[in-house]
Ligand binder design. Structure first.
Ligand code: ZN
Length: 312
């Protein structure tokens, strides 16, 4: 967002809802498999074009995701919708391949300290693993996307430089990664930083698909999404209800809520393909199953044309 910055919104914005993975992994209570399946099916019915279904992390780390195979087998897949899974290492990818996801997501931190704490490996070791994963899954027609976590700031190292993020993105691109998501894992990004990052990324790696992932720890997530949209970004990861918060990132707040993002863009005339009313039914279901409230603002207020009591 420099002098002369020009608003250049896309006509369509693609959302990947990550609540079944990023959201539920942060919850103390473990949803029953059938409820996870219903949640994902409701997201599909609401028109969410991309859904992160689960992760193939060791159940010792994350017991919330121990039923990954069962969930993948039970969901209703709508043609055209991209069902992705998160994998931490080649072993997880091997388990995941058997469940036939459309896409597999790997992740690496922009800072060495966070990567060590998160996955007990150096950044270079993580990238070597991605090479093995790519070779293993591409023969099955599965795309590989990567999330750069702590791309806007790290809870251990503080400031993360724009150039170090772009260098890491380039290394990922050289490994044949199909799409790169810039993650504000702890919720420290500001709109100007986001606009600068999106502009610099598109300039340096114009051929690479880019997405963004914001946490609303400090109330800046929707402003960050708008700064990215105004800089031409068209892919985002958000979570139903605004649930989430990484168990491995101290102080992280929930994800930016899918409902709030869809509502805002819809009111601005930017298409998402998502039916807000059906999305709010899914939130209602999620709240009932979790047994607690969620941060989403639109869930509480209703859409402009959707009275609160019409949700029930
Ligand atoms: Zn997240």
């Amino acid at each position: 967002m420099q002098m002369g910055w020009q608003w250049q919104e896309p006509s369509f914005v693609w959302f990947r809802d990550v609540s079944p993975r990023d959201g539920l992994q942060a919850e103390k209570m473990i949803l029953e498999t059938k409820d996870k399946v219903q949640l994902i099916n409701q997201l599909t019915q609401a028109g969410v074009p991309r859904i992160e279904v689960t992760s193939f992390v060791s159940p010792q780390w994350l017991p919330q995701m121990a039923d990954a195979e069962e969930v993948m087998a039970a969901i209703d897949r709508k043609p055209g919708v991209v069902y992705s899974v998160l994998v931490p290492n080649p072993k997880g990818a091997e388990r995941a391949v058997a469940t036939k996801p459309d896409e597999m997501t790997v992740f690496v931190s922009a800072s060495e300290t966070h990567n060590q704490k998160n996955v007990h490996r150096s950044i270079t070791e993580s990238l070597q693993g991605f090479r093995d994963i790519g070779a293993m899954v591409r023969v099955h027609g599965i795309k590989v996307s990567a999330v750069i976590v702590t791309a806007f700031g790290c809870p251990y190292e503080g400031v993360v430089s724009l150039s170090s993020v772009l260098d890491l993105a380039q290394r990922l691109q050289e490994l044949g990664i199909d799409e790169i998501t810039l993650g504000d894992t702890v919720g420290v990004a500001n709109p100007k930083q986001v606009a600068n990052m999106v502009g610099a990324f598109r300039e340096k790696l114009p051929q690479v698909e880019m997405a963004l992932h914001f946490h609303d720890t400090r109330g800046t997530a929707l402003a960050n999404l708008l700064a990215a949209v105004g800089s031409g970004a068209s892919k985002f990861e958000t979570a139903l209800g605004g649930i989430g918060g990484s168990p491995f990132s101290p102080g992280a707040g929930g994800n930016l809520s899918t409902e709030d993002s869809v509502y805002c863009l819809m009111e601005m005339g930017i298409a998402t393909g998502i039916d807000l009313k059906l999305l709010l039914y899914a939130t209602q279901f999620l709240v009932e199953k979790l047994g607690h409230d969620v941060p989403s603002r639109v869930f509480h207020a209703g859409g402009k044309m959707i009275p609160v009591n019409a949700r029930h």
